[in-house]
Design a protein around this ligand. Structure first.
Ligand SMILES: Cc1cc2nc3c(=O)[nH]c(=O)nc-3n(C[C@H](O)[C@H](O)[C@H](O)COP(=O)(O)O)c2cc1C
Length: 209
């Protein structure tokens, strides 16, 4: 990987035991691995899992936009996020919105998101669209450019529950996205890569400032 490689993180936006989020993120990373930009080495993809970066509810005395972090957990999260030029956020819908853990993780930082590019993959009963809408608004506020194309996985049509008890609330099924979902994800990745390359001079400048 050289200085021109675009670094893309697939952010796992849920943290609860038994979550579907990691499977969705692994699917996103798998589709991305077959994308031309990754195959040719122009883009490098990693999964960035919130579960690996446990954060308390925001406990920084100074708002993140002032760039003064008092706590080691914030500095660790900052370093983990700042390594990337672009993100695909994988978010479920929790009560019409994004998970509190994801909102909290975004709120901890500011400059690390500023001028970067993001795409949104939602999932839920209706594709997680309401969570995705809220996440877009939050990301816009921290100056992340969110591409228009979005993926919304259905908990019914994109999950295979064969062999599980429909009455069991812990049965997560096996993620089985329909073919058009991978196509939509490909279009989303096209946009993320194109925008990230276009914004690279501005993110590089803010890194060296
Ligand atoms: C607290 C909570 C609230 C939820 N609210 C919604 C909702 O408003 N709309 C929806 O489509 N699904 C809702 N669901 C279903 C989740 O989208 C589904 O369980 C999904 O798998 C959660 O993501 P996770 O498994 O990665 O935690 C909710 C689930 C939880 C745990």
């Amino acid at each position: 990987m050289d200085g021109t490689t675009t670094r893309l993180a697939v952010v796992v936006g849920s943290t609860r035991p038994g979550r579907r989020g990691r499977a969705v993120a692994d699917w996103v990373a798998g589709v991305a691995a077959g994308h031309d930009a990754v195959v040719t080495g122009r883009v490098a993809v990693e999964v960035l899992d919130l579960a690996d970066h446990p954060l308390p509810l925001l406990d920084e005395p100074v708002p993140a936009m002032f760039g003064s972090y008092a706590h080691e957990h914030t500095r660790r999260w900052s370093a983990a996020v700042d390594r990337f030029d672009a993100y695909v956020f994988v978010t479920p819908e929790y009560n019409h919105s994004l998970p509190a853990a994801l909102k909290n993780a975004i709120d901890h930082l500011y400059a690390e998101w500023d001028g970067k590019v993001a795409g949104v993959v939602g999932y839920g009963v209706q594709g997680g669209t309401r969570a995705a809408d809220h996440l877009r608004a939050v990301l816009t506020e921290v100056r992340t450019a969110v591409v228009p194309t979005q993926v919304g996985l259905s908990l019914f049509a994109d999950v295979d529950y064969a062999g599980t008890d429909p009455a069991d609330p812990t049965a997560t099924g096996r993620l089985a996205p329909r073919d058009h979902q991978a196509e939509a994800l490909g279009a989303l990745l096209d946009e993320v890569v194109r925008w990230a390359v276009a914004l690279r001079p501005s993110t590089a400048a803010s890194r060296s400032a």
